[in-house]
Ligand binder design. Structure first.
Ligand code: HEC
Ligand code: HEC
Ligand code: HEC
Length: 451
């Protein structure tokens, strides 16, 4: 039986390699010659250089390039940050202009090929944890601006640690098959259909088009918010339907009208730029870094993204539908959080949480932060983010307005965390109780996740 499995795995691997090698040869020579053709483009005149760099900096902020490509704050873009994926740990690479270990020797054509096709300079295929399936939609002008911006950064000598991926994924040519199935290359020539500057769009339609371009392209929001198939590709029929990423639930972005306080344009803009909106929970987990990066993006672009996001909303579910849903979930998940759990949780809450989260705590009176009842964590169907929040808290670093919550992972046992979660759900949400036990918390503790 063991042998048969190994035999099957081996023959699958051999088939995949044959397909991969074939695809590799079909795809690569063509893009390599395209690379040579554009390498001789003259650079922009110096008078435009400042505008170009500003344009590139804006796109780098929207694309979170520094978030993934920075391991040490004093060496931005130098790579080496681990990324937890369902397939193992992957390290981002150095994209500073260092010639040996970074991309200093890359031409614009090399860079464009990486962004559009996921092919590195020496021809090796890149893993789609690098969001090239989104960056492929960027215009030539935008890619050139990003390139100019990255080339203007400080060169840092740094080599990323080796990846730790499941067999046989360390074998990169397999990615040719992935690309064949899931990469839909975007505009090859300059996409004049998309406005590529961040000057205010002329009409609401232009603003929506700009927002769509940014969200689907450089901002790659779907990379975290769209469910994935078994091969780690976004499911095409369920865009923005919600997903678990780096140990956190990235909620659906199509049901923002179902929030306890339906999202408005202003709230969304505030959240995206600062991680804080007065009627919603603060951005935590991997979303915190996204909002920290968007703080440096242009106002008009964040406005456009918010406008487009709001245009994607399903109508709020009617109260009747919500009740039906609640009844259904409570029937399938008989609530184990009996009063003893909730009572214990209430005691722990008073001791550990109330100094910040009680109605009259300084955080709400002076800090203007909303009740836990308005956040997604306690109202979500999945207790994941509430548990993650209790385990990990919100680290204080770089948070603009002192939004900090201690991590309680080593303060409480699994059983105590179950009790606290039961209390949160009963006290701050009208949704049916979570079906929760200690194994749940234990699993989340062990998971590879973003702190
Ligand atoms: C979600 C994390 C993530 C984000 C966001 C991200 N990258 Fe990356 N990037 C990676 C990883 C991981 C790799 C290495 C992939 C591999 O080794 O196969 C990579 C590789 C690259 C490479 C290839 C480098 C080489 O040596 O082959 C380039 C170029 C690059 N990224 C540019 C960018 C730019 C520009 C942005 C912003 C617009 C960006 N990346 C945003 C994760 C990310
Ligand atoms: C690296 C993964 C990642 C990326 C990229 C990402 N998000 Fe998120 N997002 C999350 C996670 C995880 C949460 C849940 C965080 C929380 O509740 O504190 C979240 C929460 C949100 C929320 C709050 C939803 C709610 O119901 O409370 C909004 C709105 C949002 N994201 C919009 C966006 C937009 C717009 C983009 C693209 C500009 C984006 N996200 C990109 C991971 C991501
Ligand atoms: C030092 C103050 C502090 C303490 C103590 C604290 N928190 Fe928090 N907590 C915060 C802050 C700040 C936020 C971000 C909330 C915001 O600004 O919207 C937060 C957010 C949360 C959220 C996420 C809300 C959402 O939907 O985004 C949950 C759940 C939570 N806390 C639970 C707890 C629990 C349970 C305890 C006790 C075990 C606790 N907190 C103790 C400060 C604190």
């Amino acid at each position: 039986m063991g042998n048969r499995r190994i035999g099957l795995a081996a023959s699958l691997l051999i088939c995949a390699v044959l397909i991969a090698v074939t695809c590799y040869w079909l795809v690569d020579p063509q893009s390599a010659s395209a690379a040579n053709a554009t390498a001789a483009n003259p650079g922009p005149p110096p008078a435009d250089q400042m505008a170009l760099l500003k344009h590139g900096a804006n796109l780098a902020a929207i694309g979170d390039c520094a978030v993934c490509h920075t391991a040490k704050p004093d060496a931005p873009f130098a790579g080496g940050r681990p990324l937890a994926t369902p397939f193992g740990t992957l390290y981002s690479t150095n994209i500073t202009p260092d010639r040996q270990t970074g991309i200093g020797a890359w031409t614009l054509a090399d860079f464009t090929r990486a962004m559009r096709r996921g092919v590195s300079r020496d021809g090796h295929l890149l893993y789609p944890a690098f969001p090239y399936p989104h960056f492929t939609h960027m215009t030539d002008a935008d890619i050139a601006a990003l390139y100019a911006y990255l080339m203007s950064r400080d060169a840092v000598q740094a080599t990323a640690p080796a990846n730790r991926l499941m067999f046989p994924l360390a074998f990169r040519p397999l990615l040719a098959v992935w690309n064949l199935l899931f990469l839909h290359p975007g505009v090859e020539a300059d996409g004049t259909a998309q406005a590529s500057t961040s000057s205010p769009p002329a009409s609401p339609d232009a603003q929506l088009a700009r927002g769509k371009y940014l969200i689907d392209g450089p901002a790659h929001c779907a990379a975290c918010h769209t469910p994935m198939n078994m091969l780690g590709a976004e499911k095409s029929g369920d865009a923005f339907g919600g997903n678990v990423i780096e140990g956190w639930e990235a909620p659906a972005l199509t049901t923002l009208m179902d929030a306890p306080q339906p999202w408005t344009h202003e709230q969304l803009v505030a959240y995206l730029r600062t991680g804080l909106a007065t009627q919603h929970g603060a951005a935590a987990g991997p979303m915190r870094a996204v909002t920290q990066s968007l703080a440096d993006a242009s106002d008009t672009d964040v406005d456009a993204m918010a406008a487009y996001l709001l245009s994607l909303q399903k109508p709020a579910s009617s109260p009747a539908a919500a009740t039906a849903h609640a009844v259904q979930t409570s029937q399938t998940n008989p609530a184990p959080a009996d009063n003893a759990h909730i009572r214990n949780g209430a005691v722990l809450f008073v001791a550990a949480c109330a100094s910040c989260h009680a109605t009259h705590a300084p955080m709400s009176t002076f800090g203007g932060r909303p009740s836990l009842a308005l956040g997604t964590a306690v109202n979500a169907q999945d207790p994941r983010n509430a548990l993650r929040m209790i385990l990990d808290g919100i680290p204080a670093e770089r948070s603009a307005r002192g939004v900090y919550m201690p991590a309680f992972a080593s303060t409480f046992t699994d059983a105590q965390i179950v009790d606290i979660a039961a209390f949160l759900r009963a006290n701050f949400s009208s949704q049916p109780a979570w079906a929760l036990d200690e194994s749940h918390v234990e699993r989340l503790r062990k998971e590879n996740h973003e702190p």
